[in-house]
Design a protein around this ligand. Sequence first.
Ligand SMILES: [Zn+2]
Length: 195
Amino acid sequence: MMGPMRSNKTAEMLRRCEMRRQYAKQDVVVLKPSDDTKGGPGLVESRNPNGHSKCDAIEFQSTNPWEVMPAIHDREQKIGKRVECIAIDEGQFVEGLFLFSKNLLDAGYDVLVAGLDLDFRAIPFGEMLNLTWLVNAYGGSITECMAYCTCGARALYSQRLIDGRPAAYGTPVKVPGDSYEPRCSEHFVLPGKPH
Ligand SMILES: [Zn+2]
């Protein structure tokens, strides 16, 4: 699931997890990098106010996704079978996302990833776009989640605002108190961009 801010990526991923649990009787584990500040500890929460999607998640340091493997193996011991599906939220923050996802696929897990395709500078975010290779190689699919600008056009970009004003190109990627809006190409503003 890829798309800009407020395109319901997390909600869509959690919906699919719930479908798998409810109808396919699969065991699904949701992973969440600790850079995420949306939910409380151990919870993945969608920003969509209409969907009350919440579920338990295993948190990990975004610099080391591999640290979750003992927890997954413990769970498999406890439930007496393999976990069928591993879902990763906020994939753009995960270092080594490509290799981590590839290893999970090679180990026989189904893998779902939700994340931003572009950062506020409209540059590929983390390793999200690299996953297209895995989608091709392993016969998966990409769901482009849609967001809309206030003008009604499709929003391809995440407009970052700091104190209500467009954030400049050079501002650090993580600043507390910033906010985001989906914007179309006409209304996306990026002061100080070099090209
Ligand atoms: Zn617009």
